[in-house]
Write a protein that binds this ligand. Structure first.
Ligand SMILES: Nc1ncnc2c1ncn2[C@@H]1O[C@H](COP(=O)(O)OP(=O)(O)OP(=O)(O)O)[C@@H](O)[C@H]1O
Length: 239
């Protein structure tokens, strides 16, 4: 079953306060009691003023940050009751979940140095057991679509421009079809033509039944994706 009625990721009562141990234990409360459900075939845009906690929430959904309270329930598997709490899952379970179920496109590319771009993009498919040649073919098709010229494919992306690195990152995020995708400003460094290509990729994943949560500062992107806004306000923050 796909469609807006099938919940895919469910944040329940999340709270996060940063404690700066190197600065006298100063506390930075970011949010509390945040609950959010995202369904298959839906795009949710995290919204709110700078500093409201959008990036922190997205990273908490990906288990880069551990919340102080609450759960991040992720549908992992086909059975109706196959849910995992990513916030408390042991590292191996979290890795398996990220490989198959929960993709993430960060704003900046972080990859092992000297690996050719084509393999950087193909890697998530290979990790899922895809044959290397087929994975590279799919990676190449995505890189072409994202206007990364073929002469750059054998090179490591470390020296690429900001916009090129972002498109490599997007290609890596979309190469393996994953039912849930988290997107951190995936069009921030792109020109309009490439922005529209990324918007089309997101819309296609959504139409195929993925649940997407993202930060999109560009209102035109939110509109094009018909995104539901999830607003973080002072209400959600501790004072
Ligand atoms: N790793 C961290 N350590 C300590 N404080 C942090 C950390 N990350 C974020 N913060 C603090 O948490 C608050 C929320 O930051 P966050 O980056 O989530 O906001 P945002 O809504 O994404 O902002 P922007 O739109 O400006 O990117 C800020 O006050 C920030 O200083």
């Amino acid at each position: 079953m796909t469609g807006p009625e099938r919940a895919m990721i469910r944040a329940e009562g999340l709270a996060k306060t940063f404690v700066l141990h190197t600065q006298g234990g100063a506390e930075i409360p970011v949010f509390r009691n945040v609950s959010l459900t995202v369904h298959a075939g839906e795009v949710v845009a995290l919204h709110g003023p700078s500093g409201a906690g959008k990036s922190t929430l997205l990273r908490t959904l990906y288990a880069n940050y551990r919340p102080d309270a609450g759960r991040v329930m992720v549908r992992h598997g086909e059975a109706e009751d196959d849910w995992v709490d990513l916030a408390s899952a042991p590292p191996r379970a979290a890795l398996a979940l990220r490989r198959r179920t929960l993709g993430h496109v960060s704003q900046f590319l972080r990859v092992i140095p000297r690996v050719p771009t084509l393999d950087v993009v193909a890697e998530p498919l290979v990790a899922l057991g895809e044959e290397v040649g087929a994975a590279r073919a799919r990676a190449g098709a995505l890189l072409s679509r994202l206007n990364i010229p073929e002469r750059l494919w054998p090179l490591a992306p470390a020296t690429f421009s900001g916009g090129e690195q972002q498109r490599v990152n997007v290609a890596r995020g979309f190469v393996a079809p994953r039912p849930i995708l988290l997107l951190d400003e995936p069009t921030a460094s792109l020109d309009l033509a490439n922005r529209d290509i990324v918007v089309a990729l997101i819309a296609e994943a959504c139409a195929a039944g993925a649940a997407l949560v993202g930060i999109f500062h560009d209102p035109a992107v939110r509109e094009a994706l018909d995104a539901r806004l999830f607003t973080l306000t002072a209400r959600d923050t501790c004072s």
